[in-house]
Design a protein. Structure first.
Lengths: 160, 69
């Protein structure tokens, strides 16, 4: 299991000082229909981009707050990881992008009827954002509303 | 629904539904190319959505040994 003690001192100090945001009361929506009838979208903080998309900018002060849409028909093995953090081992994502963007699994779940449908697009962002103001004020509300407009019932966020 | 690595961070942030996974950062679903193992993690996450007895914030712990990472 990932333990805070395994992280470098600088990362541990950062995590300790970071102003984690807890929303109260916790937003809660009960599923209104069976999961087998729900439309699902993925969200990933692994910084994946499609080959024809701009990589996340690892020199962006405070962390690149932008996001990318990943079409559902994307070949997961073609995704390029552009996460700037050096605090974790990237080799797993390089070998198997499904570790950070499990689209192949959700295609199977859709075929099996475990979920109703996959959304036509999914969201990718780069999770190393030390100054999250722009992300929380603009990017997150923007892509969240777009997913609502798409009729998405469930979003699964896969971190790195 | 969110997967989580660090319990103390998960408690601080308190997402509505979280599944704490026993894997290191960068390996949220376990081993690369272990389709069956990755699928089990996702299935367990999805099962939280179907439960009607949960109250937020809810954090479950993935119930399987980490595959030798």
């Amino acid at each position: 299991m990932a333990e805070t003690s395994e992280l470098s001192l600088s990362v541990r100090l950062f995590l300790k000082a970071y102003p984690w945001r807890k929303i109260k009361p916790t937003p809660w929506t009960q599923l209104q229909k069976p999961l087998s009838e729900c439309k699902l979208a993925l969200a990933s903080s692994a910084g994946f981009v499609c080959p024809d998309q701009e990589p996340f900018d690892d020199h962006f002060k405070g962390g690149d707050p932008s996001y990318r849409w990943i079409p559902t028909g994307t070949d997961v093995s073609s995704l390029i990881e552009t996460h700037r953090s050096q605090s974790f081992d990237h080799s797993g994502l390089e070998q198997d992008a499904n570790l950070g963007f499990p689209l192949d699994h959700f295609r199977s779940f859709e075929i099996e009827g475990r979920i109703g449908a996959l959304n036509h697009r999914h969201v990718s962002f780069m999770g190393s954002i030390t100054a999250p103001g722009r992300f929380t004020a603009k990017s997150a509300p923007e892509f969240s509303q777009a997913l609502v407009d798409d009729g998405v019932d469930v979003v699964l966020l896969v971190p790195v | 629904m969110v997967l989580q690595f660090l319990k103390d961070v998960a408690i601080k942030v308190g997402p509505p539904r979280g599944l704490l996974v026993p894997f290191p950062h960068g390996f949220a679903l376990g081993k690369p190319s272990d389709a069956a193992g990755q699928s089990r993690v996702l299935s367990q996450a999805l099962s939280l959505l179907e439960r009607k007895d949960l109250t937020p914030p809810h954090l479950s712990v993935y119930q399987e040994e980490a595959p030798g990472l």
